[in-house]
Design a binder for this molecule. Structure first.
Ligand SMILES: NC(=O)c1ccc[n+]([C@@H]2O[C@H](COP(=O)([O-])OP(=O)(O)OC[C@H]3O[C@@H](n4cnc5c(N)ncnc54)[C@H](O)[C@@H]3O)[C@@H](O)[C@H]2O)c1
Length: 391
């Protein structure tokens, strides 16, 4: 990696400040710009605190931390980014505003500068269309917190030059990240494949099959997930999680597989956003605790039913993403294990569960509910017919 490369980051909020820190830690000079100068000041203060903690933990020496902090330069004007080789945009999630920014940027940077967007839900292709050289635009989707979570989804738009994809994946590796390449489709890999973790768990709750605590405990204690779906939604924020679900559903032209739930919508309407507001699916005290998860013996049959139902839906999403060439088998597995910490890759899990079992459970759900939501992926059917496995 050429450390002399100057990087620009636009938007000094949650994501932009984290991305700037990652770039500076990797040795780059990084210009950080925000329309609100106080956002940049706040980001620099936050980053300084984060660096101090890393020094305490022994990750960096005090000298290294000071050098990293010095490499992040507040930009007063967009024009300060004129020498950047790569600019990563992490501003408000609004297509019109992002398109204007990309068009403005193109008039400032050099002809070879790569322009990346950290959008979670907009089309990279649509953002690129604002540029005279749309081939220079790419998606680099980091996860929150960017300095900690290793996954980066590298998303070429329809117009993106091939060379930018390999250059960006190489650069992300050099930054210590785990890049995966995925098609410019709604939710990319993680935000698409993970939908049933929340949606199907809510359905199970809505039908009165189990309460939230039981579902959370089943998914952790039997499923091996680090967090249960309800506690995770409370941590992410029900407003954010609901918006992602709704955006993915709308972007898929209202495919019932991604349909949002009234249960979560009501949480948002009540202002019960989760841990950050002290109330979500659970109530939190001032230390952020929501009481004990309970130690009562779980009903093993019930818990198996819960885990199996959510799991086959997750597997079906992963299989369908592969079917539709959203990403390779390896990248789908990496995305779910490195981006959202799943205990294992869903396609590996599919093999272990047995593809005929996965298909049978989905068909049963589809026949009981009569809903397209449960339709098995054509790839799953084909693989069962031919007796094949993913590994
Ligand atoms: N928060 C997450 O978990 C997360 C994860 C992955 C991707 N993203 C994406 O990253 C982007 C930023 O999200 P965030 O959570 O950091 O938002 P944020 O609200 O924390 O920060 C956005 C910043 O952009 C600034 N801004 C707005 N318009 C601007 C403009 N035209 N020019 C320069 N600065 C401008 C704002 O002042 C603000 O400081 C969004 O596209 C979001 O979808 C967010």
């Amino acid at each position: 990696m050429d450390k002399s490369m100057i990087i620009g980051v636009i938007g000094a909020g949650t994501m932009g400040s984290g991305i700037a820190q990652v770039a500076a830690q990797a040795g780059h000079t990084c210009f950080l710009y925000d329309t609100r100068p106080d956002s940049v000041d706040k980001a620099l203060t936050g980053m300084a605190k984060a660096m101090d903690k890393l020094v305490e933990k022994g990750k960096f020496t005090a000298e290294e931390a000071a050098a990293i902090k010095a490499r992040i330069k507040p930009a007063k004007d967009l024009k300060d980014l004129s020498d950047c080789v790569l600019v990563i945009e992490a501003i408000i999630e609004d297509l019109v505003v992002k398109k204007k920014l990309f068009a403005d940027l193109e008039a400032i940077v050099g002809a070879e500068t790569v322009l990346a967007t950290n959008t979670s839900s907009l089309s990279v292709t649509a953002i690129a269309a604002a540029c005279n050289k749309p081939e220079r635009v790419i998606g680099l989707h980091f996860f929150n917190p960017a300095p900690i979570l290793p996954l980066v989804e590298v998303v070429p738009g329809l117009q993106t030059a091939h060379g930018s994809v390999s250059a960006c994946t190489d650069l992300m590796r050099a930054w210590g990240k785990v890049p995966v390449v995925c098609k410019d489709t709604p939710g990319f890999i993680v935000n698409r494949v993970a939908r049933p973790f929340y949606g199907e768990s809510i359905r199970i709750f809505e039908e009165g099959i189990a309460d939230m605590r039981t579902i959370d405990r089943a998914m952790k204690e039997i499923g091996g997930f680090k967090m249960g779906p309800f506690e995770l939604m409370d941590l992410i924020g029900n407003d954010i999680n609901f918006t992602v679900t709704r955006t993915v559903w709308e972007s898929f032209f209202f495919d019932p597989r991604y349909k949002p739930s009234f249960t979560q919508q009501r949480q948002v309407e009540a202002g019960w956003l989760g841990k950050k507001t002290g109330r979500g699916y659970y109530a939190y005290d001032s230390d952020g605790n929501s009481g004990t998860p309970g130690t009562a013996e779980l009903d093993a049959v019930l818990c198996r039913t819960i885990v199996d139902r959510v799991l086959v839906m997750l597997i079906n999403e992963a299989v369908d993403a592969l079917h539709l060439r959203v990403a390779t088998r390896e990248d789908i597995e990496l995305a779910m294990t490195k981006g959202v910490n799943y205990p294992k890759g869903l396609l590996k899990w599919a093999d272990e569960t047995g593809l005929p079992n996965v298909l049978k459970r989905l068909e049963k759900l589809q026949s009981v509910y009569g809903e397209d939501r449960y339709r098995p992926s054509p790839l799953l059917r084909r693989m069962v017919e031919t007796g094949s496995t993913f590994y």
